[in-house]
Design a protein around this ligand. Structure first.
Ligand code: SF4
Length: 323
């Protein structure tokens, strides 16, 4: 591994879920949840993965961590391929990759104290001394803005923002390099969202953490992300640094998502583009460009030819025949 080796490098990742029917549970089709996703992340970098609900971003995040087994593709953690590894072989890599969930309440065991929840990964990964765990958990509590005295409290005794801080402390316990945040602030009030995002950014600076930050909301990912990938029906349709995505969006879907983001400066007017219809079923994605059924610029060839994800400027990739 060299200094430039990405913390995570994902190439052509696919996750297709079989759809089974009838008494014999025959496979009658597939849900193409993730259909050829590629990206890489360096230490201390955040990739925002955005798209409407059902676009496959959560499945992509889970597949990267092998919480759901990918159908195909490559996942390298600091240069080591982890897709073929057995559970035992994967164990050291699991320490390095953690997840923070959207709903901190349902992801925290209500029968465990907050201290036990945060200390559990330490116990599972061999920190057997109760005193050492207690000290480590107290330090994590203090770092995420909770009082160590609150370690004895149960999840229902905390506010939503505090529960997400418990989730972050638990994710930090094993000293990970990559954290996947699956809509980690979506369930929180706007003022609390900013506090949690600022905490994540501080922790990133301190620990050189890499984040895969999954959200349906471009405004949320803007603040924290260095690069943004926009997903539609299992595929990345645009991928660039955050500034380029916001200043010069190239894909019609990105344009539409951005037009819904409020602009703080009243002098700047953005033309609102309302997307027609819902996201089509990932079981029967439209032919050619998956977006053609909702795209205001669609041409005849868009229905038959799949546009490749092409680099149109350094580091800016777009999948559209018109770019
Ligand atoms: Fe729209 Fe065609 Fe571009 Fe797809 S390829 S985004 S349908 S213009």
């Amino acid at each position: 591994m060299t200094a430039n080796t990405p913390v995570i490098e994902v190439t052509d990742l696919k996750k297709h879920f079989p759809v089974k029917k009838g008494l014999l549970r025959r496979t009658v089709g597939h849900v193409y949840a993730v259909d050829g996703v590629s990206f890489s992340l360096k230490a201390g970098e955040t990739l925002g993965l955005v798209g409407e609900s059902g676009c496959g971003k959560t499945t992509a995040g889970r597949a990267v961590l092998r919480l759901t087994e990918p159908t195909s593709g490559s996942i390298k953690v600091e240069g080591t391929e982890i897709t073929g590894l057995s559970k035992a072989e994967l164990r050291p890599y699991r320490r390095q990759m953690q997840i923070i969930f959207q709903d901190p309440f349902s992801s925290l065991n209500p029968r465990m104290t907050a201290g036990e929840i945060v200390g559990e990964p330490l116990l599972v990964h061999g920190v057997s001394s109760a005193k050492a765990r207690q000290e480590e958990v107290a330090a994590l509590f203090a770092r995420v803005g909770l009082r160590p005295a609150q370690m004895a409290n149960y999840p229902h005794q905390f506010s939503g923002g505090q529960r997400q801080r418990i989730g972050i402390a638990r994710a930090l316990a094993l000293g990970p390099k990559l954290i996947v945040g699956d809509e980690p602030v979506s369930a929180l009030d706007v003022s609390i969202q900013a506090q949690v995002i600022n905490l994540l950014m501080d922790l990133q600076r301190e620990r050189q953490l890499s984040y895969l930050f999954i959200s349906h909301n471009l405004a949320v990912v803007e603040h924290i992300s260095h690069q943004i990938a926009v997903m539609y029906l299992g595929r990345i349709v645009e991928h660039a640094d955050t500034r380029s995505i916001f200043m010069r969006p190239q894909h019609p879907y990105t344009e539409a998502l951005l037009s819904a983001v409020p602009v703080p400066d009243p002098a700047i007017k953005r033309q609102k583009r309302v997307l027609q219809g819902d996201v089509p079923s990932p079981m029967k994605p439209p032919s050619g460009c998956h977006f053609h059924t909702r795209c205001p610029y669609a041409e005849a060839r868009c229905k038959v030819e799949t546009p490749p994800l092409r680099e149109i400027a350094p580091g800016h990739r777009v999948s559209c025949h018109l770019r």
